[in-house]
Each structure stands twice: as structure tokens, then as C-alpha cells.
Design a binder for this molecule. Structure first.
Ligand code: NAP
Length: 258
């Protein structure tokens, strides 16, 4: 085992995370705040958002696992500097781990969901040659560059994007990087999400403007077929956080890991 793979696996073990399945299915990473009433509120990503190096690591890890990522026009407009490539101090370790431990050599596909097509065309994510834009039959998507990027679907949406990636691109591990208004559909019925990495900010208050829409409660996650398999609290410079991994129960209620 290479030293990069050893470093990643040691970090996962410290978070209580055992060996990850090679085919992860549908994954989501989410950073939320737990309100006094115990509800989860999605954190809006911006300058005032409390930062967590552990959450950054888990998000980068899931990006390194994925052979496709699904995002939205809204996120690209909100985050002009968003970059899906594995970077930072752990970049080299994660790209080695992706190649050596998961056997993935190609860059992931990126799918951008949009209805209106008002995309920031100069955004590096839109410009990538691995990016596809999924939209409806009638939507006016103006493309300055490459018309082969736009895929028009009869019923576009997150579930349709996952089906498209599975059947048309042969993807096995898809990371959903959509905000709460789009991703809530995943938790409305069971079996849509195979794994959720949930990072919870545990301080009493949030900076103004950082609290976003509600994220599904623990009870909703259970009714979506998920089951918590690891949980760790970590004191970070921004405050106390806890990190939870939920996976889909297999047939008969067992963990659907392998
Ligand atoms: N804390 C976290 O883990 C986390 C993770 C992700 C995002 N966020 C935050 O969440 C916020 C964004 O979330 P949001 O809920 O406002 O927006 P969102 O769900 O990310 O995006 C909504 C947009 O997705 C596109 N879309 C949705 N359904 C579609 C469909 N059926 N067909 C085609 N396009 C569709 C549309 O794009 P167009 O408008 O282009 O038509 C729509 O406006 C940001 O503040 C971001 O920072 C937080």
C-alpha cells in the first residue's frame, strides 16, 4: 500500500470510517447547522460560513471517489471559484488514493442542471470538457462554445440526471453537489441515496446570512432507508463539529456496503 493511501486510510479510521465500497452508488456530502430544536439547516457557502478542515477533507474525499458529480446552475452562480478538482495539501494523496485504491484513472463527469440556462459561461466548471449541461426540451440554453455539451431531457431533474449518468455514461459512483431545493427529492422515497456524509456545526449561533433551507431530519433520513454507521465529534478553530456517515440499509435491513 502506498504512503498516500496509508495516510488517507489512517485519516478515515480516525473518523470511525471503515473501508469504503469501490462502487459508492449515489453519494451526498452536506454541511449543516443543528438548531436548538434539533433541526438541520443547510449552511450557505460563502465568506462567513464556519470552516471545518474535516468537512473539507470529507468533501474532497467524496469528489475523489466519484466518477460523476451533479451540480446546479444556482451553485455555479453562487460560487464563482468552485473547483471540483482534488487540490490543497491532501490533493496528491487523494489523487493517488483515487487511482491506487479505487482504480479510477479518468477525470469525473460533471453534470450541471439548469432550467433557465443563465449559466456563468466563463466558470471553469462550465468550461471543462468533462462537463455536460442537462436541461429540458424547451429551455433556451445559449452556448457560446460547444453545442454537444447540452443534453435535452424530457423530464430533467436530479433523479433523471442520476439515471442518465448510470445508463448513458456507465457511472457507478455519483456525488450530488446540489443545494437543498434540488437534493431534497433524494430523501422523499427510500433507496435514492446510498451514502450521506453529514457534517454538523454544533455551536449555538450561526453568523448572519449563513443559515439556508432545511436539510432532512434524522427521522427523514431513516425513512429514506439510511442508517448511521459512524459518528465523531471534532473541536475545530470555528467551534464544535460532528461528522456522521449514513449508508443505505441492504435487503432485510443489513448495511448495503459491499
Ligand atoms: N452546506 C452544503 O453542504 C451545501 C451544499 C450545496 C449547496 N449549498 C448551498 O445551497 C445554496 C444553493 O441551493 P439552492 O437550494 O438555492 O439551489 P440548488 O438546489 O443548488 O439549485 C437550484 C437550481 O437547480 C436547477 N434545477 C433544479 N431542478 C431542476 C430541474 N428539474 N431541471 C433543470 N434544472 C433544475 C435550476 O437552475 P437554473 O436556476 O440555472 O435554472 C435551479 O434554479 C447555496 O447557498 C450553496 O452555497 C450548501
Amino acid at each position: 500500500m502506498s504512503s498516500s493511501v496509508q495516510r488517507i486510510e489512517a485519516r478515515l479510521q480516525a473518523l470511525g470510517i471503515e473501508a469504503l465500497p469501490q462502487d459508492g452508488g449515489v453519494l451526498q456530502s452536506a454541511a449543516v447547522w443543528s438548531t436548538e430544536a434539533g433541526q438541520y439547516q443547510t449552511l450557505k457557502i460563502g465568506e462567513s460560513t464556519p470552516r471545518s478542515p474535516t468537512d473539507d477533507f470529507l468533501l474532497a474525499l467524496n469528489r475523489a471517489r466519484a466518477d460523476a458529480m451533479v451540480t446546479t446552475g444556482q451553485i455555479l452562480r453562487d460560487e464563482p471559484a468552485l473547483c471540483f478538482e482534488v487540490g490543497g495539501n491532501l490533493g496528491r494523496d487523494l489523487s493517488d488514493w483515487r487511482k491506487d485504491a479505487l482504480g479510477r484513472s479518468q477525470a469525473p463527469w460533471i453534470v450541471v442542471l439548469t432550467r433557465g440556462g443563465h449559466l456563468p459561461w466563463g466558470h471553469p466548471v462550465v468550461a471543462s470538457d468533462r462537463t455536460l449541461i442537462l436541461t429540458g426540451q424547451e429551455a433556451a440554453v445559449l452556448e457560446p462554445a460547444d453545442s454537444s455539451k447540452t443534453i435535452r431531457r424530457a423530464a430533467p431533474g436530479l433523479i433523471d440526471a442520476i439515471a442518465f449518468l448510470r445508463t448513458e455514461k456507465g457511472c457507478e459512483t455519483m456525488l450530488i453537489e446540489a443545494g437543498p431545493s434540488t437534493s431534497s427529492v433524494l430523501y422523499q422515497t427510500d433507496d435514492n441515496v446510498d451514502e450521506l456524509m453529514l457534517s454538523v456545526y454544533r455551536e449555538d449561533r450561526l453568523p448572519p446570512g449563513v443559515g439556508g433551507r432545511a436539510f432532512p431530519s434524522a427521522a427523514t433520513l431513516v425513512s429514506a432507508g439510511l442508517h448511521e454507521v459512524s459518528s465523531r465529534s471534532v473541536q475545530e478553530a470555528s467551534g464544535l463539529w460532528s461528522f456522521h456517515r449514513w449508508v443505505q440499509r441492504g435487503p432485510g435491513g443489513s448495511e448495503g456496503e459491499e
